[in-house]
Write a protein that binds this ligand. Structure first.
Ligand SMILES: [Zn+2]
Length: 68
C-alpha cells in the first residue's frame, strides 16, 4: 500500500542534509535532483525568535505519482 508523496511525513529540519536544505537533493532518498523535481512542501523550525521554513523537493526517484 503506497502513500502519496504529499501525505508522507516530511523529515524534521535537523535531519536535512545540506543538499536537501539547499533544495538540490530529494527529500526522501537524498539523491541529487537533476530534472523533474517536485515541490514536496516545507520543513520548518524555530531558531530562537526566528521561524525558518525551507522548501523541499522530491525527485522523480520518489515522486512516481504519474505512474499508475
Ligand atoms: Zn528520491
Amino acid at each position: 500500500m503506497s502513500v502519496p508523496v504529499e501525505e508522507r511525513q516530511l523529515p524534521v529540519y535537523r535531519d536535512l542534509t545540506h543538499g536537501q536544505h539547499m533544495g538540490w537533493n530529494c527529500i526522501w532518498c537524498n539523491q541529487r535532483i537533476t530534472v523533474g523535481g517536485r515541490a514536496a512542501g516545507h520543513v520548518s523550525t524555530r531558531h530562537g525568535a526566528h521561524h525558518l521554513s525551507v522548501p523541499v523537493y522530491a525527485g522523480p526517484c520518489c515522486s512516481a505519482k504519474e505512474k499508475s
